[in-house]
Design a protein around this ligand. Structure first.
Ligand code: SF4
Length: 259
């Protein structure tokens, strides 16, 4: 059978006349060739099945999801201030802060003592107010009031580490990155996905084993799971929907077999 030939895109245009404006040339829709994704391994399929269950069963939002009107800059500040602080403490503080002073310019113009007073209540508020002041000044002057959107630029800001930068890539810019906090680190080790001793190692290990399109949902799913069920000291395994995929649970079951 004769092979069909596709028209050459550069010469194949439809001309659409528009009212009182010059004719607009539009290239016709030519579907992109179907790419063949790399097949998932069995292990990856198990990881994805685990995440799917957590997606279906989660009962609350993360702190950053609960601030949908915040700008990327404001989300960055909220993330920075939330380190070692409960979300229930951070949320009212950042809402009040940005109600009064919504932009990097406004924050950088505040006296340090006033900024410290405004964020009083978050952990390490003295150090964080210094970082926040400096960071806001840099974003105002160097980035024209726009939060940068690359990991390198974000981590060059004072008080911003990889976890905070990746959170902003995820939640503010919808960019794949694995934001590893204590929950992500603890749970992925308990599940048996990885064996690591620090969040940095965990991030590198997870990037190795998980397909890129899964990176963006890891943080929101595991943070909520860690806050509600897989708690640090006493995981509530009796309420957990992913026991069959959990190495920690399987080991515990062997140690204490049911009567
Ligand atoms: S089974 Fe227990 S340890 Fe495993 S993920 Fe669930 S709550 Fe955490």
């Amino acid at each position: 059978m004769k092979k069909p030939t596709l028209p050459k895109p550069s010469t194949h245009f439809i001309t659409i006349p528009l009212n009182s404006t010059p004719a607009l040339k539009v290239s016709p829709f030519i579907p992109a060739p179907i790419s063949h994704p790399i097949p998932l391994t069995n292990t990856q399929q198990i990881f994805i099945a685990t995440l799917d269950i957590l997606e279906k069963t989660r009962t609350q939002k993360t702190m950053l999801e609960s601030l949908p009107t915040f700008t990327p800059y404001q989300l960055l500040v909220a993330t920075m201030l939330s380190a070692r602080t409960k979300d229930s403490t951070t949320i009212p503080i950042v809402k009040n802060l940005f109600k009064l002073h919504p932009t990097p310019k406004k924050i950088s113009e505040l006296k340090l003592s006033e900024l410290e007073r405004l964020i009083y209540g978050v952990g390490f508020h003295h150090t964080k107010s210094n970082h926040l002041h400096e960071l806001s000044y840099l974003i105002h002057t160097k980035y024209k009031d726009q939060c940068p959107s690359t990991q390198d630029a974000l981590t060059s800001l004072p008080g911003v580490g990889r976890k905070t930068a990746n959170c902003i890539l995820n939640y503010a810019f919808n960019t794949p990155a694995i934001a590893v906090d204590i929950h992500v680190h603890r749970i992925t080790n308990r599940l048996g996905w990885i064996k690591t001793t620090s969040p940095e190692e965990t991030e590198d290990a997870l990037m190795e084993i998980l397909p890129t399109e899964q990176w963006i949902r890891i943080n929101k799913l595991l943070v909520v799971h860690g806050q509600t069920i897989c708690e640090p000291r006493k995981p509530k395994c009796n309420l957990c929907p992913i026991t069959k995929y959990c190495e920690y649970f399987q080991k515990q079951a062997k140690i204490t077999p049911s009567k």
